[in-house]
Design a protein around this ligand. Structure first.
Ligand SMILES: Cc1cc2nc3c(=O)[nH]c(=O)nc-3n(C[C@H](O)[C@H](O)[C@H](O)COP(=O)(O)O)c2cc1C
Length: 177
């Protein structure tokens, strides 16, 4: 079983730590291999809206680092997608990534895989950010097994939040064969 843990914050702070904690809990299960992708390390351009290339070919015409991510996404069994809340939504990093999965939508490549979302904010909008990821899963027919939305004030995530992330990881693990 392959788990892709996708971090949509430009920082290695709250979202990174939470997604990492979900992945670590999952990695305790036998035969589970996890890979953490920090989206900021990849050059992923925005979708150009050409519409028909990916529909006709199942591929994206843009030659950037997303081409390295497509095989990983096709091979993965589980996705954890985490985002900080930016203006009551996901970050641009996450939105670009979501839009660029459109070739996989046309080929149905993500259907039936398992997904879980993580969203963190300072004070509000985290549920909306979570819901944006949830809509992505829904449209790509990824089976959702839960998510966590956390408001942290201006404090870094602590033990209680990391415990929630661990519980989410264990919950996902319990759904795997
Ligand atoms: C551009 C920007 C927009 C933000 N918008 C919101 C917001 O709408 N609501 C909120 O509560 N916090 C907002 N925040 C705060 C972040 O969501 C919060 O600091 C989060 O914990 C950062 O996650 P990270 O540590 O993973 O980067 C915003 C921060 C930035 C930089």
């Amino acid at each position: 079983m392959k788990v892709l843990a996708i971090v949509g914050s430009p920082r290695r702070e709250n979202t990174y730590k939470l997604v990492e904690a979900v992945a670590e809990a999952l990695a305790k299960k036998k035969n589970v291999e996890t890979e953490l992708l920090h989206l900021v390390d990849f050059n992923v351009k925005h979708c150009s809206g050409c519409s028909d290339f990916c529909e006709k070919t199942g591929e994206c015409s843009i030659q950037d680092d997303m081409q390295k991510l497509y095989p990983k996404l096709r091979e993965a069994d589980v996705f954890i997608v985490g985002t900080p809340t930016y203006y009551w939504n996901v970050t641009g990093l996450v939105k670009n990534f979501i839009d660029r999965t459109n070739p996989l939508y046309h080929t149905g490549s993500l259907e039936g895989k398992i997904g879980a979302a993580v969203a963190v904010s300072e004070e509000d909008g985290q549920e909306l950010a979570l819901s944006a990821i949830s809509s992505f899963f829904e449209l790509q027919k990824v089976k959702q097994v839960g998510g966590i939305a956390i408001a942290r004030g201006d404090k870094p995530v602590g033990e209680a939040e990391l415990e929630m992330a661990k519980t989410l990881g264990e919950r996902i693990a319990s759904k795997l064969a």
